[in-house]
Design a binder for this molecule. Sequence first.
Ligand code: TNX
Length: 510
Amino acid sequence: KQAFILLTMAAALFSCAPKEPTDLTQNTVIPKPVLVTATGNSFQLNDETGIFVNRDELSSTAAYLSEKLNPATGFELAVQTADEAPTSGIFLTLGHDPELGDEGYELLIDKKLLTVRANQPAGIFRGIQTIRQLLPAAIENKTVQEMDWTIPTGTIRDFPEYEYRGTMLDVARHFLGVDDVKHYLDLMAYYKFNVMHLHLSDDQGWRIEIKSWPKLTEIGGSTEVGGGEGGFFTQEQYTELVNYAAERFITIVPEIDMPGHTNAALASYPELNCDGKAPELYTGTEVGFSTLCTDKEITYQFVDDVIRELAEITPGPYIHIGGDESHVTKLEDYIPFIERVQDIVYSYEKTMIGWDEVTLAKLDQRSIAQYWASAENAKNAVDQGVKVIMSPAAKAYLDMQYDSISPLGLHWAGYIEVDTGYNWDPATYNESIGRENILGIEAPLWTETVTNRSDMEYLVFPRLAGYAEIGWSPANGRNWDDYKLRLSSHGNIYDSWGINYYRSTRVPWQ
Ligand code: TNX
């Protein structure tokens, strides 16, 4: 009997390739698609496969797909226009299917033809991410892998639960440059995020060039937490990021935090201080000690200039004004300040977002509150009828440690293991905030403890994938036991990308 077992084991080991995946419902796609049906065959990519588009405006998205498939397959899939569906290959086609909205898509996978249908190019782009995830994980390799590139046949209909699915990167505490932000955008795109919020100013640094106030970056951008050299984005570099994000159908939301979290600005321009004296630059990690001088007119000239210049280089609809932790601004100063800044934002035709404290002020109906800590403020938002972005620190903060021995991160809001980060529903998290009040979800990465790309990757992965699923997939179809299995196969992908990630023992990594 033992000999027989040994023989079967040997046969299994030496039998050629592993069995082809043929059941589309067994996919490991994150975020989990809304509807999947399988037909039991498989579609195979080869060096003859063409990518066809029915509109020229899809050419760049088609080229993106071709580029993503090239390194591991070695195939150079050519892009061409076609009015009608081809008989074989990959067909990207715009149509009209209201249920799919602006970002939804449908994949029709036959033995010969793989069709991606959507209403908008953004939907095609999201569908392409699903294709990447349906192929064997080796597709993410940077060098050619000799293997069959198959996808199980069937159909997927998929569209997001929330219209705003974001992450935030704090480039103020530690500066991360253009290449690091682009790298983050690439990772976000894989998981169908559509917003990157950039926290561009804080006590420790001012990170965006403002031409009418040049010392903000000259002085305010010259250091960071721990006393490093800091840095900033020129307006040209910022535009480069905006464009790079737009190619991935991601909107950049710029934040200038005020009236607190402003030491870098106050150190750059003495006139912004009530006593007319500039404080020293700050490289520690305390919060809540700085404030713009809310009763000086020059303060509003400053804010107007900053928001005007920022609005000019921001094609997206939002400007974030911070508003958090203004502990040294009196409430009777804070409220009129926020209301006046809100007017400035609307005068430049942008929609205002603020951290939940801004709900203490009278908000414009279009403004958006970002819930991070205060249930009372969340209720204020709902009572005022404004929409909320859900970023509860105890669940959604990417800078919280995974556990007590995590080498990076803080823990003031608790530890966030991978399952804790996944296991919550924005629509039931806070009793006063219902589904109808929620615009979406955002997972912020504050960078007090993050000094470089590798640190960033470690705190972001694998938790980011979970926030993607919370934002995209219907809550009633989500559960940890199913999710952790899909996530386990993404570890191979992270290895292919060469990124640093936390190998939580709660995930059965493959
Ligand atoms: C609170 S969240 C802050 C940030 C810190 C963060 C650290 C928020 C609106 N303010 O200034 O970086 O905690 O977790």
